[in-house]
Design a protein around this ligand. Structure first.
Ligand code: FES
Ligand SMILES: [Fe+2]
Length: 410
């Protein structure tokens, strides 16, 4: 980016007023967008999918954002690799399908072929001095959290160790090692990706916009009532493993450590899960022995969100497709041994968050239309938007970290 444009972005960041929404330029500027890709999406861990999607050797799926495409594939030794979906000859996409099973990754253009670990093993009619060994696919880092597959495109990804040290026990309690995807939906939203993330992070809009959600989650209540309900809920369960707060939120973590957050919140009286009326929808997860009437919020990395009910888990990720379009991908995870139509029904499992996400899609589209207006001015945030505020603090600090070398010593 030319220095003058860099300076313009830096001035924009410096001019942000804490406690207010972002200036219009953050949502419409190609320079800001480019810097977000560089400092967020190319540097942080992204929730790519679940290992149950690729049970056998050669099974793959592709994962896409902005101009990038990544192949996530299982090798013969059962390990999972991620490769950039870019041929090392003249750059063609290798995998054109979203999912599939292959013996080799063969380029559709001139047929260079790579093994599952990304080494070039065949290139037709090349000069005698051509070295196949120098033409492996670009590797992408992969880490599993239980069966959840995270990838990171950075040469040196931020460490997930603090998150693992803090949360391993609680994630095991939820049976993160023994889940499967019951359903997965992608919602394309014609809006800048931040409007979707900001919307996810605040429940100020829940009562007016999500009746179905507000009938189940105490979080939609006014701040004082919610605090009271939460205090009572925690007092009643304080010795339960699920009731621990683990905050290493993004504005607290040095950039060499990945930020995360875990907290448990009450549902409304009589509700036990995220469903129509808060009814149970699937077998209890992990070694959870009874419903406690709560749901936990988990964030791993800046754009990956999980909602942990006692009987299923929602995975949410937000991916930019371009400056003014994003994808909100939603995953419904249940115990791996749960049987569809016997232990759970897809329509009852997915109803609440499909309904809520459809409503959010409309809200976010309208928000984009408004922030694009010449009459838009950033407004004051409410107390119920404090997570959004923390995200904005982190986001603005992070955008300035084009070349930083903080260390992770937690
Ligand atoms: S671009 Fe892939 S083989 Fe030529
Ligand atoms: Fe919403």
């Amino acid at each position: 980016m030319p220095p003058s444009k860099q300076r313009a972005v830096e001035q924009l960041i410096a001019s942000h007023q804490t406690g207010y929404a972002l200036d219009q330029a953050f949502y419409v500027s190609p320079e800001v967008y480019q810097r977000e890709i560089d400092t967020i999406y190319l540097k942080h861990w992204l929730f790519a999918g679940h290992d149950s999607q690729i049970p056998n050797s050669g099974d793959f799926f592709t994962f896409e954002f902005d101009t990038e495409s990544i192949i996530v594939i299982r090798d013969k030794d059962n390990s999972i690799h991620a490769h950039m979906n870019v041929c090392r000859h003249r750059g063609s996409r290798l995998c054109l399908d979203k999912t599939g099973t292959v013996k080799l990754l063969s380029c559709p253009y001139h047929a260079w072929s790579y093994n599952l670990s990304g080494e070039l093993i065949a290139a037709r009619n090349m000069p005698a001095d051509f070295e196949r060994a120098n033409h492996s696919l670009h590797k992408v880092h992969v880490e599993l959290v239980g069966g959840l597959i995270f990838i990171c495109l950075a040469p040196e990804p931020p460490s997930l160790a603090p998150m693992r040290n803090d949360l391993d026990e609680v994630l095991q309690h939820y049976g993160f090692d023994a889940l499967k995807i019951a359903e997965q939906k992608s919602y394309r939203i014609p809006a800048n990706w931040k409007l979707a993330v900001e919307n996810y992070q605040e429940c100020y809009h829940c009562a007016p916009s999500h009746q179905e959600f507000a009938q189940v989650h105490a979080m939609a209540r006014a701040p004082d009532e919610f605090k009271q309900l939460k205090t009572e809920f925690w007092q009643a369960h304080k010795n339960d493993l699920k009731f621990q707060q683990h905050n290493y939120y993004f504005d607290l973590a040095p950039s060499a450590c990945e930020g995360y957050q875990y907290d448990r919140n009450p549902l409304l009286k009589g509700c036990v899960s995220g469903s129509l009326g808060g009814a149970a929808v699937a077998p209890l997860l992990g070694d959870i022995s009874a419903y406690d009437g709560g749901a936990s919020e988990l964030m791993i990395g800046p754009v990956n969100f999980f909602l942990l009910y006692d009987d299923h888990i929602l995975g949410y990720r937000f991916l930019p497709l371009s400056l003014d379009e994003c994808a909100c991908d939603v995953f419904w995870l249940v115990r791996e041994d749960a049987e569809q139509d016997k232990d759970y029904a897809l329509d009852t499992l997915t109803w609440l968050w499909d309904t809520t996400t459809q409503a959010d899609k409309a809200i976010i589209m309208n928000n984009q239309k408004g922030v694009s207006s010449r009459f838009y001015r950033p407004g004051r945030l409410a107390e119920m938007e404090h997570f959004q505020q923390s995200f904005l603090n982190w986001y603005l600090t992070n955008l300035n970290k084009v070349n930083d070398n903080e260390v992770c010593d937690k």
